[in-house]
Design a protein around this ligand. Structure first.
Ligand code: PLP
Length: 401
């Protein structure tokens, strides 16, 4: 597979209205029209280049959307106020009364809760499957299925979806393959592998500074136009629109994503190899021992590595909690949910970001209460971080001396 250099951002050219190297931030919720006829045409969706109202689109959101579409290799993109704003708008656009979704069972807890508890209000039902078992995925498809949904690398168990194979199943049954690529920006490019819609929570690696929430839906012009339709578009009507100031800051942060991802991946590979070598239960797609290591290698852009996340099973909730508190005291990172920050973040998903998933289902999918999810930061001396982490593990009894 051929990849373009960096994240294609370098091929984009911006001239702000006053010659600035960054586009000007649009500071308006509404826009004037020189003729009433053009306003009417815009409502009908026929006036390309005209802005109507900032919930529909704004120049700042369009700039950020263009950059993310270039990165993901899709025709265009729609910016949303959060990752959940992107996920819910996409699923409600693609599914309606009596429709059915086949979803990976290991997905972000909020997405799981939406599909399990909220979408049934619209009579949208979901079958949760082991996404790594392609026969199970195909067997779950019914005549009402509209969407196959997965994360390229799943939260929190780091299962890897075979996007090419899933896209063939989707095509065979005329379904849309929707992939949340939040954990693996640049490393995996789902649209190149056949995904129809690619979603990100921009809150994570893409923005990278843990100062805002945001989301994006990347897809065809036809799909994105349908999301923005003033009469029937889920993005337009549900209203999860990003503010222009936030869009402009995320665009600026996006420009260093390729450098940050390399460092996140390099540090996560170093630590996971070290932890594995001293006998800890470590899961990272970059390790040979990961069941989908070869699959990931076949899908990835090797410049960006296997991502910044790994998990470590400490054996019990008590040990996990003690370890996280001690690591925070030693300034190794923060006991916090989310990911993609310059500092390492750690949390125990079973009692936090995946607590929406009932205990018996957590058990079935292998999510134990002693499991810690690490989002490894941009530490410049990762060897030192390892030594301090190892000592913390000895102190709380996760490792013996
Ligand atoms: N997708 C994944 C994989 C996530 O981890 C999260 C949040 O943790 C989301 C989506 C939701 O994103 P947001 O919090 O920006 O709504």
């Amino acid at each position: 597979m051929k990849f373009k250099p960096a994240n294609n951002i370098q091929d984009l050219q911006y001239f702000g209205e006053f010659g600035g190297v960054n586009p000007s931030i649009s500071d308006s919720s509404t826009y004037t029209f020189l003729s009433a006829k053009t306003m009417f045409d815009t409502f009908e969706g026929n006036a390309d280049g005209c802005y109507l109202y900032s919930r529909h689109s704004s120049p700042s959101n369009l700039y950020l959307g263009a950059a993310l579409a270039a990165m993901e290799g899709t025709e265009t993109a729609n910016i949303t106020a959060s990752g959940m704003g992107a996920i819910t708008a996409t699923l409600l656009q693609l599914c309606g009364n009596n429709d059915h979704v086949v979803s990976s069972r290991t997905i972000y807890g909020g997405t799981y809760a939406f599909l399990k508890n909220f979408a049934p209000r619209f009579n949208i039902k979901t079958s949760f499957v082991d996404i790594t078992k392609l026969d199970d995925v195909e067997a779950a498809i019914t005549k009402n299925t509209k969407v196959i949904y997965c994360e390229s690398v799943s939260n929190p168990l780091l299962e890897v979806a075979n996007i090419k194979a899933l896209s063939l199943i989707a095509k065979k049954h005329q379904l849309k393959l929707v992939v949340d690529n939040t954990f693996s920006p640049l490393s995996i490019t789902p649209a190149l592998l056949g995904a129809d819609v690619v979603i990100h929570s921009l809150t994570k690696f893409i923005n990278g500074s843990s100062d805002t929430v945001g989301g994006v839906i990347c897809g065809t012009k036809e799909f994105i136009d349908s999301l923005r339709n003033v009469n029937t578009g889920a993005a337009m009507l549900l209203g999860a629109t990003m503010d222009s100031i936030k869009a402009s800051t995320i665009l600026k942060n996006l420009r260093t994503l390729h450098i940050r991802m390399q460092k996140h991946s390099e540090n996560a590979l170093y630590l996971s190899e070290k932890f594995k070598s001293i006998g800890l239960k470590t899961v990272y797609p970059g390790l040979n021992s990961h069941p989908s290591h070869e699959l990931y290698k076949n899908m990835m852009n090797p410049l960006y590595g296997f991502g910044g996340l790994f998990t470590l099973d400490t054996g019990s909730k008590e040990k996990a909690n003690a370890l996280m508190e001690l690591m925070q005291n030693k300034n190794l990172g923060y006991l916090a949910v989310s990911l993609g920050f310059y500092k390492t973040l750690f949390s125990a998903p079973s009692s936090s970001t995946s607590s929406e998933i009932p205990e018996d289902e957590q058990k079935e999918m292998g999510l134990t209460d002693g499991l810690i999810r690490f989002s490894i930061g941009l530490d410049s001396d990762i060897e030192r971080s390892f030594e301090i982490m190892k000592n913390c593990m000895i102190e709380v009894g996760v490792l013996s001396k």
